[in-house]
Design a protein around this ligand. Structure first.
Ligand code: PLP
Length: 373
């Protein structure tokens, strides 16, 4: 069967670019024709340590040779170790492991309902929380939702960075206030510390949980292990996924010790959740996110901001304005050997590996300067 025939057997849910990758190393990808690309997509902010990083590679390989799966009827060592690592970083939390970002958001929505006894959710316009029916119901992008109604009821939307709008959208039934520290998928729009502080206060007043969706912003992406560390709040619940295992599928619901006790045995489950191979890789990722590595992410943000005009975002979750359509600039960058994403119609999204060297960043920035000129 030809490649085109094989590709026609894949459901067309994506407008994929016409390139097939066969190998990756660090910040570089190699396509089926042997061409090398500098990768500032990193699997959509997933491959935080770069492709085939030796630490998670060795950890996953060793675990593959030992044990692949036993289910959650039993304990495995990597799962408990990962929960402990994440709790230490958070400052006291318990973890539930699943397999993706959307699943982590689903778990958070269920947790908030169970813990507060209140079904209402306040989410933000422009947000993205995933494609399953619950996560989609809380995703503030009508075009993604329209064909799939009725969705989970009880969600209302507020304007981002508008505390009055947030208060107006909430009420006595609100059990969950759901916020991305930086809206990623919809164009890289950071939440202000004032807004997140107002959300924290409102959640406390209402007896609701403040849930921060850190699926994209977590795992060092914004220059701290969690993005909330830069916002001056402590959330009740955090979701993680993308960068957690450097590309192996995993998601995580983290519940702060102050908000513990919502779930009891039987309330939630996932057959593959806590998979030992993914968890072993994730433990290695946590250990690689040293203060030195996080400081270099912050320094590289400064470097990109100094090199390009009209940059927004935090850490290495950045967007740069371009003439619409952004897809044309994405294609031009790819022709020149640089992979970037589109952030809406008017911006490019830059999420290079956190391990990208200053030299590699400069190489990518030089290509962007040419394309954006
Ligand atoms: C990507 C993303 C999700 C969904 O993750 P999937 O693994 O694709 O289900 C949820 N929330 C945020 C903030 C994301 O960026």
């Amino acid at each position: 069967m030809s490649v085109a025939q094989a590709q026609a057997r894949v459901l067309p849910t994506y407008a994929r670019e016409d390139v097939t990758f066969v190998r990756g190393e660090g910040s570089w990808l190699v396509d089926a024709d042997g061409r090398r690309y500098l990768d500032f997509v990193a699997g959509i902010a997933v491959v935080g340590l770069g492709h085939c990083h030796p630490a998670p590679l060795a950890a996953a390989q060793a675990q593959l040779e030992r044990l692949w799966h036993v289910s959650n009827l039993y304990w495995t060592e990597p799962m408990a170790q990962l929960a402990e690592r994440l709790s230490d970083r958070f400052g006291g939390a318990q973890a539930f492991f699943c397999n993706s970002g959307a699943e982590a958001v689903e778990a958070a929505l269920k947790y908030a309902r169970k813990a507060t006894g209140k079904p209402g959710v306040v989410a933000l316009e422009g947000s993205f929380h995933g494609r399953t029916l619950g996560a989609l119901a809380a995703t503030g992008q009508p075009a993604k939702r329209a064909a799939f109604t009725p969705l989970v009821p009880g969600v209302s939307f507020a304007r981002p960075n508008d505390a009055d709008s947030l208060a107006a959208a909430a009420g006595p039934d609100t059990g969950c206030i759901l916020v991305e520290p930086v809206q990623g998928e919809s164009g890289v729009h950071p939440a202000t510390p004032e807004f997140v502080a107002a959300a924290r206060e409102l959640a406390d007043e209402l007896g609701a949980l403040l849930v921060l969706d850190e699926v994209q912003t977590g795992m060092g992406r914004t220059g701290t292990f969690f993005a909330f560390e830069q916002l001056g709040v402590r959330p009740d619940v955090v979701t993680l996924a993308k960068g957690l295992a450097n590309g192996l599928p995993i998601g995580c619901l983290l519940v702060a010790d102050e908000a513990a006790g919502g779930f009891v045995p039987g309330d939630h489950a996932s057959t593959f959740g806590g998979n030992p191979v993914a968890c072993a890789a994730a433990v290695a990722v946590c250990d690689e996110l040293t203060e030195e590595r996080l400081a270099s992410v912050r320094a590289h943000e400064v470097f990109v901001r100094a090199s390009l005009p009209a940059v927004r975002g935090r850490g290495l979750l950045l967007a740069v304005e371009t003439e619409p359509p952004a897809a044309a600039a994405v294609a031009e960058c790819r022709e020149r050997g640089l992979l970037v994403g589109a952030a809406g119609e008017t911006a490019l999204r830059l999420t290079p590996p956190l391990t990208t060297t200053t030299e590699e960043l400069a190489q990518g920035v030089a290509i962007l300067e040419e394309v954006l000129a």
